[in-house]
Design a protein. Structure first.
Length: 310
């Protein structure tokens, strides 16, 4: 009989490419991962792995077993959801990943509603960049997470995960108010960006979706941004813009609050889309479903309305 824990290790190896990466993600030693995969090969009765230097490649039999593992793990998530439903009453930890703007603007209201309806449930929020969510969900470090994608950075299909759309935001070009205004909003997002092609830019840190979005949007407009500052918190980004330190792309949730007269915002025909992500089969889990319902109720009306724009 194949061990489901070893199947999970094989699936992670297929995604991460090295035993060391699997060990780091799942808090095992590399030798323990290698040992468990060797046991899985003995259980399967044929080679599942081929070593090429430091990397390990799956054999055709290994790749086929990973596809079965995805189905098995999804059914286990469904079984856990059914058991939770049968127990009745939500209790215990719910590990939530959320990016900073959602953590500030939407998640607190959702958690307050969740506490009123399910006082025994213990939501635990960790700020997590969407680029890191897939591994955290598959590793079991998170149960549910908010993720986003941009027009210039579409989300990739992640095996073993499912998503449900939540809301859509507009994107803004933030520039110092004293600068010569660029083109107003129009069908070509590149026009406003090209007006600042020679300006210093403020981006998120490399490796984040927000950083990739700014770079790709500028490249699509015909230039590479000259990055001066790398900052992840949009409130800080806007403060730097107000100080004349550069220009930046900021989502709608990042510009909430009193308008700063030192910052000029130009709405662009570019969108950021946010979704709820969870392991395949876990969407029916009562805790995941309750958190999703609380989130939807907490979304500001202007974001809900913006869904019709796309």
């Amino acid at each position: 009989m194949l061990d489901v824990r070893r199947l999970r290790l094989l699936r992670e190896l297929a995604r991460r490419g090295t035993i060391a990466a699997v060990a780091e993600a799942l808090a095992f030693s590399p030798s323990a991962v290698s040992q468990q995969l060797s046991v899985l090969e003995r259980e399967a009765g044929l080679p599942l792995l081929e070593r090429t230097g430091r990397r390990v490649r799956l054999t055709p039999a290994g790749e086929n077993l990973v596809r079965h593992a995805e189905a098995v793990l999804e059914r286990l998530e469904q079984a856990e959801a059914d058991l939770a439903e049968a127990r009745g009453g939500l209790a215990g930890a719910l590990r939530i990943g959320a990016f900073p703007t959602a953590t500030r603007a939407i998640v607190p209201a959702a958690l307050a509603a969740l506490a009123r309806r399910h006082p025994a449930l213990e939501p635990m929020v960790s700020e997590t960049d969407p680029a890191a969510v897939a591994h955290a969900l598959r590793a079991g470090d998170l149960d549910v997470a908010l993720v986003h994608e941009y027009d210039f950075v579409p989300a990739s299909q992640e095996p073993g995960l499912a998503t449900e759309p939540l809301f859509v935001e507009a994107m803004y070009l933030a520039a110092p108010a004293g600068e010569t205004p660029g083109p107003a909003e129009g069908p070509d997002p590149g026009a406003a960006l090209r007006a600042h092609a020679r300006a210093p830019w403020i981006t998120a840190t490399p490796g984040t979706l927000c950083h990739a979005m700014t770079v790709r949007a500028c490249e699509a407009a015909g230039f590479t941004p000259r990055v001066r500052h790398q900052v992840d918190e949009f409130a800080t980004v806007l403060a730097l813009v107000a100080a004349g330190q550069g220009v930046a792309l900021v989502p709608q949730l990042g510009v909430t609050g009193p308008a700063d007269p030192a910052v000029r915002l130009t709405r662009l025909p570019v969108r950021r889309r946010t979704a709820l992500a969870f392991r395949s089969g876990a969407g029916a889990h009562p805790a995941v479903a309750a958190f999703g319902a609380a989130l939807r109720a907490a979304v500001p009306p202007d974001l809900v309305a913006s869904r019709a724009e796309t």
